[in-house]
Design a binder for this molecule. Structure first.
Ligand code: UN1
Length: 482
């Protein structure tokens, strides 16, 4: 399947004149999923001007009118749920059942942010002076650069674009070059929902063009999801230009299984968190820390559940694990497994993946034991269906192991003890803590974001999202008579 792709600038679809790009289908890399030319620098310049010019009209549009467009977008996403899910599966390789879930979630996110129009936008304070009140009010920032990844190619754009638009900002969107087709479809739905020209501009371009846009004075904020290295770099560039950069980055998430846990439940939840989406999720569980008293029993249980996972054609509704998204991903996972195994890790399910040049990018779900704290599989994000099992000598030791490293995104604690659960609130240094549930997932109405090398101190989604997408003005309001 080859899709004709274009950039969306000032309400017009155009083809680019930059480098010719072909994406291959991860399940069937002998066939292309998309083919297009990247944007030229002149295209990006036109997009920046369009977003700047459209800002005034959009910010003055009543918030409830903006919200109606978001609500309509949610309905259109639901109308097209099946074809959008198929597109994600062809383009990115995610199993169709999970693609459907992601599309439904994108609709829920647009719907959630349409309700921001009904929420208070400020506060009213008393004044120490007679005849005066002091109030605060939120307003949009301007044009926001949104840089989105290939692993969650419609829900992450939804959770950046929807709050940006609800609060009156315009958006310059650079999606991952791996998943351009789903980005185009979302823009077409925004257009159909009545979004005025120039309020969202989309370009398929290079990392260099994104960085140049961040340095451009027509950009007033930037939100990014991707690797820690790129996120930190963008934060540094933004800091130099006085631009706030929200960065949602990597993770090396741990699940702690204590001796009193419901072990079969923990095994099914950890399997889902580590292996579904082929582990290509910043919230994926990749270290399983088990209290020694149940280490053998739990390892056996987990290995059984993981070995039974249906791996294969992502279009098959029973498939749980499809291919990884690109050859680059496949090679990087294979290399990390090779070096982890050379340093002593032992696969008990799966192992180093192999493929012929025409095979899909399939990586078998892989569990390893014998992983030391210096092993790359303990320290580095793999972004594949791979989890390391590590034994803890005590509950305290389990938290110490879980907190190793520089990331701090999400994690799980499996226990029947309320005391241990409460202990986790003090001892587990992560942004998203799951007690007795998988480390993945993000509901639209609650904050999402990590600590350390995983985040940038801003939260996404929920009511905290507006802190990033708005600026607050303080107003001293006094009558005209002295
Ligand atoms: C989830 O776990 O469903 O890129 C959300 C990522 C995260 C989102 C994960 N920003 O994987």
């Amino acid at each position: 399947m080859t899709l004709e792709l274009h950039h969306y600038i000032g309400g017009q679809w155009r083809s680019g004149a930059g480098a010719h790009t072909v994406n291959l289908q991860p399940a069937r890399p002998t066939e292309a999923s998309s083919e297009y030319n990247l944007a030229t620098d002149a295209d990006v310049d036109a997009a920046l001007s369009s977003g700047k010019q459209s800002f005034d009209g959009w910010r003055r549009t009543p918030m409830h009118e903006r919200a109606r467009i978001l609500l309509r977008t949610a309905e259109l996403i639901e109308r097209d749920l099946e074809s959008l899910a198929e597109l994600i599966t062809v383009e990115q390789g995610k199993a169709i059942a999970t693609s459907r879930g992601e599309v439904g979630r994108a609709a829920g996110i647009f719907r959630y942010f349409s309700h921001d129009a009904d929420s208070p936008t400020g506060s009213l304070y008393a004044s120490p002076r007679r005849g005066e009140r002091i109030l605060t009010d939120r307003g949009p920032i301007g044009q926001i650069l949104c840089i989105t990844p290939w692993n969650v190619p419609i829900a992450i754009p939804a959770w950046k674009l929807a709050p940006a638009l609800a609060h009156g900002n315009t958006v310059l969107w650079k999606p991952s070059p791996v998943t351009p087709a789903i980005a185009m479809r979302l823009v077409r739905l925004l257009e159909e929902a009545g979004l005025p020209s120039g309020v969202v501009n989309l370009f398929l371009g290079t990392a260099g063009q994104a960085e140049a846009a961040l340095r451009d004075p027509r950009i007033k904020g930037c939100t990014f999801t991707g690797s820690t290295a790129v996120g930190r770099h963008l934060m540094a560039v933004g800091a130099k230009c006085g631009i706030d950069v929200l960065a949602e980055m990597g993770g090396k998430n741990a699940a702690i299984v204590l001796a009193d846990a419901d072990l079969p439940w923990a095994a099914s939840q950890i399997t889902a968190a580590a292996m579904e989406w082929s582990g290509q999720r910043c919230t994926a569980t990749s270290r399983v820390i088990v209290e020694s008293a149940v280490a053998d029993e739990f390892t056996g249980l987990l290995a059984e559940v993981v070995a039974e996972l249906p791996v294969g054609d992502p279009m098959d509704p029973v498939t749980k694990v499809g291919p990884v998204a690109t050859k680059h991903q496949f090679d990087s996972i294979a290399n990390m497994l090779t070096s982890g195994i050379e340093s002593g890790a032992a696969p008990i399910v799966g192992g180093i993946p192999r493929r012929s040049s025409t095979d899909g990018y399939f990586v078998a779900p892989t569990l390893l034991t014998g992983v030391s704290q210096s092993n790359v599989l303990f320290t580095n994000e793999v972004f594949g269906p791979v989890a390391a099992i590590v034994t803890a000598e005590s509950v305290e030791d389990a938290f110490t192991l879980a907190n190793q490293g520089t990331y701090g995104l999400s994690g799980s604690l499996f226990t029947a003890s309320i005391d241990r659960a409460l202990m986790a609130l003090d001892e587990f240094d992560i942004g998203i803590l799951h007690i007795n549930s998988e480390s993945t997932g993000a509901d639209p109405h609650v904050p999402f974001g990590g600590f350390g090398d995983s985040g940038s101190h801003h939260k996404e989604m929920g009511e905290l999202a507006r802190d990033f997408f708005t600026k607050t003005r303080t107003v001293y309001l006094r009558g005209s008579r002295s």
